[in-house]
Design a protein around this ligand. Sequence first.
Ligand SMILES: Nc1ncnc2c1ncn2[C@@H]1O[C@H](COP(=O)(O)OP(=O)(O)OP(=O)(O)O)[C@@H](O)[C@H]1O
Length: 274
Amino acid sequence: MAGNQQTNGEARAAGEAGQGNVILEARDVTVQFGTKTVLENLSLDVYSGEILGFVGASGSGKSVLLRAILGLVPRASGSIRLFGRDLAELDEAGRLLIDMRQGVLFQHGALFSALTVLENIQVPMREYIDLPKKLMDELALLKVELVGLSRDAANKYPSELSGGMIKRAGLARALALDPDIVFLDEPTSGLDPIGAAEFDELVVKMRDTMGLTVYMVTHDLDSLLTACDRIAVLGKKRVLVEGTVQHMMESEEPWVKSYFRGKRARRIVPSQDE
Ligand SMILES: Nc1ncnc2c1ncn2[C@@H]1O[C@H](COP(=O)(O)OP(=O)(O)OP(=O)(O)O)[C@@H](O)[C@H]1O
């Protein structure tokens, strides 16, 4: 990752202009469960160094797409390329290399309740790399500090943490192996507005300082407006609209219009209709 910083930074700048390196490329992805088609011919690009907000109605398939990208649900057709590699063509060693370059923060943090924060962060380290315990402790403590938790929190169990601390601990674990991309599944859900805003700031800081690429599934309008460079909207089993906040505000797609220019949105951003 360290060696990628400049590349990612440059790519991010270019990405904003729509010309950055594509780090994740989904093409014509179809996912079915029995006779039910959840995603159909869905295509999406994620650029290196960007924060992409992925939004859509409840039950539209956001988690299914995330699970398909992570290789946890099979595709009926289509392809997903991550770091230029087609996930369907990877052997075990290739998959391992890809897994090491991505971090995931599942909804609710998904920490192991019987492990301390430090031990939770060390789970991916133990799984993928072989390090002496002392070094692993030091590395995990660095991650604890990186996400703004105190060293005291490192020895606490998840049940002793607030919701915001759990999210931060989950992010620290997602960052354990210094990934190039992190997938965040509704990271601010359950947080109060101040905690949510602080988490968003942290994500932006990680992107800015580490050149991290962030794929964030969220329902949080504030996160979409303040933290995301681009937004992709899932609907009708595919990506309906993608682009900047401005693009969303101008879209006449009914769901996008009611989401970004509806009553709730008007409390946050002045509607262009008014
Ligand atoms: N393993 C599965 N078997 C059958 N159907 C599934 C499975 N996983 C998801 N689905 C269905 O796929 C659809 C999309 O679900 P998904 O969880 O991806 O929605 P979502 O957009 O993430 O929703 P939310 O915003 O509420 O989290 C739903 O109808 C769900 O019931």
